[in-house]
Design a protein around this ligand. Structure first.
Ligand code: AHR
Length: 321
């Protein structure tokens, strides 16, 4: 009798386990699979963006297949092709440059896998992707231009500006330059005297700023950097040249990462224009909507602010990246 009861109990335990395992498998099989190709890890901004995407996927139970392209378009194309071969439900990616995506996007369309662009857009037929979630980079450039114009509104002689551009061919590099130039073109005394790519990295920002300082005989009044990392690298070069960043040479950059707030509090960076990397939750919501057959807006613009060294201290605690 005792033996029989034990056998029945063991049998029940086994079937419960099988049931739990079965449910788990079923749940796993039913999870949405998202293939995401990230640009790389070139900046503090990018690290925060990756973290936002990974944690939002985990929170929403989305099976994320993540690939880091190490700043190379060919790696992104390879990753997208591999997602197509894996038959993922949705592909999302942040394109390193704007052009050269038509063929691979057509392949995704032919495989009936919807594509969502995040952070940066592409110059391709818009029917090749379902939506784009990201910042308005032209407006960010305009904000930086307005900050410089306001700061030098009473200048009586030329204001010499040097510009550190982002990665050549990247949407934010093209648009931030465009927006900035659009504003300063109304002020003939604001002049860009040198402009070169620092590839969105600290190391390159420092290297190019060193070259500017070495080659330039005129006084440099302003540095406009397309991201905070390049500005932080350049600050080092400026200090090494015996110039005081933030007072003798004013600096405005874009992103509003923690490092920029620290530099502003230290009086070395004058202003940063926010570019919000925390778009993971918005992306996952859009992915779920697309899989459910619901339409998503073709363009979702992220809202952003401007921060200056005067108010940096009161904001740093509440910054999430
Ligand atoms: O595309 C957004 C830009 O890319 C950020 O401004 C920069 O820091 C990043 O690398």
């Amino acid at each position: 009798m005792m033996k029989q009861t034990r056998r029945i109990l063991l049998g029940l335990a086994a079937s419960t386990l099988a049931l739990v395992a079965g449910c788990a498998r079923q749940e796993k099989d039913e999870r949405i699979v998202l293939g995401f190709s990230q640009i790389g890890a070139e900046s503090e901004w990018r690290t925060a963006n990756t973290e936002s995407i990974k944690s939002a996927a985990a929170t929403m139970g989305i099976d994320l297949r993540f690939a880091d392209a190490q700043q190379k378009q060919e790696n992104q194309i390879k990753a997208i092709r591999s997602f197509i071969a894996q038959r993922v439900d949705v592909i999302a990616f942040s394109p390193v440059v704007e052009t050269g995506w038509d063929t691979v996007l057509q392949e995704a369309k032919a495989a009936k896998i919807p594509v969502i662009l995040t952070d940066r857009s592409v110059t391709a037929d818009p029917s090749l992707y379902v939506g784009f979630i990201g910042s308005d980079f032209v407006e960010e450039g305009r904000k930086a231009g307005r900050w410089v114009a306001e700061r030098f509104k009473d200048a009586t002689s030329d204001v010499n500006i040097v510009e550190l551009q982002g990665t050549v061919g990247a949407g934010p590099a093209i648009d931030r330059k465009k927006g900035f130039e659009e504003i300063i073109s109304a002020y003939p005394h604001l002049k860009i005297i040198r402009s070169q790519s620092g590839d969105f990295t600290r190391a390159k920002g420092k290297e190019v700023m060193e070259a500017f300082l070495k080659a330039e005989t005129r006084k440099i009044h302003v540095l406009y950097a397309h991201n905070d990392d390049m500005a932080i690298g350049a600050i080092q070069a400026i200090e090494e040249a015996g110039i005081k960043p933030g007072s003798e040479l004013l600096i405005v950059s874009i992103d509003a990462v923690k490092g920029a707030f620290e530099a502003m509090i230290a009086g070395k960076l004058n202003a940063t224009i926010e570019c919000n990397p925390l778009i993971g939750p918005q992306l996952m919501t859009s992915v779920a909507q697309v899989v459910a057959g619901q339409p998503i807006p073709k363009r979702i613009v992220v809202q952003e602010e401007v921060f200056t060294m005067e108010t940096a201290k009161q904001h740093i605690q509440s910054r999430k990246y």
